[in-house]
Design a binder for this molecule. Structure first.
Ligand code: GLA
Length: 742
């Protein structure tokens, strides 16, 4: 038994094996990499799948001589470039010094090594020493993490390209990144750089994407793969509310439980592009990487650049199976630090209670209320700093407004700590208001194009985080504040898209934004190193930067500014395709809901919010004593179940955006307990009976339902389920079955 990656000299084929999948590509006669296979686990060389015939208007590389049947335009490519005859969407385009667009990458060597590669300055899937040791103890060598590095070179430009493949075999995960180095004597510009491109042979497929807007993120869309390009991406500076950097390809008929499907998830928080294109011969190209049309990065001789990595996974156990691979990977191999495996504190956030209008006394009163119902952590949201009395001013001045708080931050935090509560605070480090001291002193630190007025959004501008002096200044301000009091949680917000990007050192928008993102990551890395126990929750007007890149630094992200339970079911459903429950910040808020006016019962709001990043946003005056008593019980219930909810396997049973019931099941990995939830979203007269199925239970076992104390057979619960009680009253009834194996 060797590593999970092998090189077969005879066929010049590289094979990556995971528990349930095989990935294979080969070096052809001319030194170009051809993709052979990605799918259900198999053995042998799949070069028999390649077909060649003379195809009109599909050219042949010069080396093929008179062989008109050998065209890269018609063969499956492992890393397609523009310039060797493949006229489909390239993964790499190089503009040479003379302005020509051309590149021809040929094989130069490979290395297979133990352990998963890391990417300097970039977030990436990791396997830490403890995980490595556990793998070594429990598993065969071929189940351990490994890296494949394949080197390719374009002789004419000197572009040296290292394709990186990481493998976590037990999780059915393969990662891909690429490093490009200019080893030539003239500069060239990377016009396009996608670390992931996979060519699938003809078949019937759907593509699943996750679209949305501020307040309604990551709604699932399933589209048939047809001729033409299905593409998503962001040109907003961040990964965006509009399209999440997650794309799934699924064989037609795939459902939550059955069928072959493939996911690509970008570990990157900036602009991106992803594509699924059926070509002239019905093959499908599936790609993800740095933003296509806007990306442009000049490399001088000796310079190099890494593309952020894409996580790939394959499952034959349908979409739920695919998501569980991603959940485990994001939860354990992307999220890091003290809070990674811990149940997070139940928090109460001040935003919907006060917005900008509060004093230190109000905060203390809110803390008392929070403590009385069992909350662990009080978060002071926006409005505590500089002259921030509304969202027209103050960003950039991270000095505590002691007048507003009626004293120092540390005095207030001490009082809150004395109550037995942890304390957290809101920041938005990347932003500045023109009405701030920082902007008056350093107007050139904001992203602006000379000679043009910038576009304002929420009346704020973006600081140029690609510049070290800007980051250092903000870092000093924020750490002074963090050091001044016992702050155990930070909500890191980001409330606009980037429009105006100046050009510097020959770098245009794409390169500047790449450097910007690296600057943000560098800042966050410094922060997590300095405060290892600090819990950071990401946020961007809710879920505008909800991606695996941010989750490397912030193990949870505020899922959406929309806290309405019905909308949240849809948002969290979409989010769950790529991200674990533990990563989703979700709070119970008041009714009528402040975003859409909907009234839902408190038990439903709780059932929807009781994920990993659980908390409340409650208005001081609007909670009755009876409700407080219910909230106290809810928090107790959450704490009892939190450990297995956060760690458990998550199953989607219905699509709450399309169906009348929202059903999900969270089951402990060992099957010992499960939480099955059904919520009625619509109601009609004289309805047929609806059954809520469980998943992941131990076949043959009996399970006791905590509420009625009765025992039920696991297989019947998984086959048919519990009848959901009929109600001719209101919709939004919530039914929860806490099942314990007997
Ligand atoms: C964003 C966040 C909110 C809140 C406000 C504060 O919109 O998503 O939760 O923190 O900013 O300005």
């Amino acid at each position: 038994m060797g590593l999970p990656i092998t090189f077969d000299e005879a066929h010049k084929a590289f094979t990556i094996q995971t528990r349930n999948s095989t990935y294979q590509f080969m070096v052809d006669t001319y030194g170009t990499l051809l993709h052979l296979y990605y799918g259900r686990k198999t053995a042998g060389c799949m070069d028999f799948l390649l077909t060649c015939q003379d195809r009109g208007f599909s050219g042949n590389i010069y080396d093929a001589g008179e062989n008109r049947a050998y065209s890269y335009d018609a063969l499956p490519m492992e890393f397609p470039v523009f310039g060797n005859g493949d006229l489909r969407a390239p993964a790499l385009s190089i503009q040479n010094h003379d302005g020509s667009l051309a590149c021809d990458l040929r094989y130069a060597g490979y290395e297979i090594r133990e352990g998963k590669y890391a990417l300097p300055g970039l977030p990436a899937v990791y396997v830490d020493q403890e995980q490595e040791a556990a793998m070594q103890e429990a598993a065969q060598e071929d189940q351990q993490a490994a890296t494949l590095e394949v080197t390719l070179k374009d002789q004419a430009s000197g572009a040296l390209c290292r394709l990186l493949y990481g493998v976590l075999p037990e999780l059915d995960i393969i990662t891909r990144s690429v490093r490009i180095e200019n080893t030539g004597s003239a500069s060239f510009t990377l016009k396009k750089l996608l670390p992931c491109s996979i060519d699938f042979l003809p078949g019937a497929y759907d593509v699943l994407s996750f679209y949305g807007r501020h307040g309604y993120e990551r709604k699932l869309q399933c589209t048939s793969v047809r001729h033409g390009a299905f593409s998503i991406g962001s040109r907003r500076g961040t990964s965006s509310h509009q399209y999440n950097p997650l794309l799934i390809l699924a064989e037609k008929e795939t459902n939550e439980d059955y069928g072959s499907c493939w996911a690509a998830e970008f570990v990157w928080s900036g602009e991106f592009s992803a594509l699924c294109e059926k070509d002239q011969f019905d093959s499908i190209r599936f790609q993800m990487g740095l933003a296509g049309e806007d990306f442009s990065y000049p490399l001088q001789p000796g310079e190099s650049l890494y593309a952020p990595e894409v996580i790939l996974s394959f499952s034959r156990a349908g979409l739920s199976g695919l998501s569980r691979n991603l959940h485990e990977t994001v939860r354990r191999h992307v999220c890091r630090g003290y809070w990674r495996d811990r149940v997070r504190p139940v928090l109460l956030n001040s935003w919907e209670a006060f917005y900008f209008d509060f004093s230190g006394k109000d905060m203390i009163a809110l803390g008392e209320q929070a403590k009385s119902v069992g909350v662990d952590l009080l978060v002071m949201d926006d409005g505590w700093f500089g002259e921030r009395s509304d969202d027209f001013r103050g960003l950039g001045d991270w000095n505590v407004n002691e007048e507003k708080l009626g004293g120092t931050l540390s005095a207030m935090v001490e009082e809150i700590n004395r109550m037995g509560l942890m304390f957290g605070i809101w920041v938005e480090p990347e932003m500045v208001n023109e009405n701030s001291r920082l902007y008056r002193e350093h107007p050139d630190w904001a992203l602006k194009i000379q000679g043009r007025d910038p576009v304002r959004a929420r009346n704020q501008l973006v600081l140029d985080f690609s510049r070290k002096e800007v980051r250092d200044h903000i870092f000093a301000q924020i750490t002074t504040m963090l050091d001044s009091a016992n702050i155990e949680y930070v909500k890191w917000d980001y409330n606009r898209s980037i429009v105006d990007v100046p050009s510097r050192d020959g770098k245009g928008r794409g390169a500047m934004l790449y450097d910007y993102m690296l600057g943000v990551y560098e800042f966050l890395e410094r922060l997590v190193q300095r405060y290892p126990k600090l819990l950071i929750e990401g946020c961007s007007g809710g879920g505008g930067r909800f991606d695996a890149g941010m989750l490397y630094y912030t193990p949870q992200i505020w899922c959406s500014d929309n806290t309405d339970a019905v909308d949240r079911l849809v948002i969290q459903h979409g989010t769950s395709f790529g991200y674990p429950l533990s990563s989703m910040g979700a709070h119970v808020s008041v009714v009528p809901n402040e975003q859409n006016g909907r009234v839902t019962p408190l038990d439903m709001r709780f059932a929807v919010a009781a994920t990993g990043g659980f908390g409340y946003e409650l208005d001081r005056g609007k909670v009755s004593e009876e409700e407080k008593a219910v909230i106290r019980q809810q928090i107790e219930e959450f704490k009892q179940m939190a450990a297995f909810v956060v760690e458990g396997d998550y199953y989607r049973l219905t699509d709450p955006g399309e169906e009348e019931h929202a059903v999900s099941c969270i089951t402990a990995k060992d099957g010992s307990e499960a939480l099955l939830t059904a919520i009625t979203l619509d109601n009609h007269c004289n309805n047929p009976v609806f059954y809520a199925k469980a998943r992941g239970l131990t076949s043959g076992a009996m399970y006791e339902n905590e509420e009625d104390g009765k025992q039920y057979p696991a297989d019947a619960l998984m086959e048919i389920g519990f009848p959901v009680p009929q109600s001719n009253q209101l919709v939004y009834r919530t039914y929860r079955w806490h099942l314990i194996r007997r």
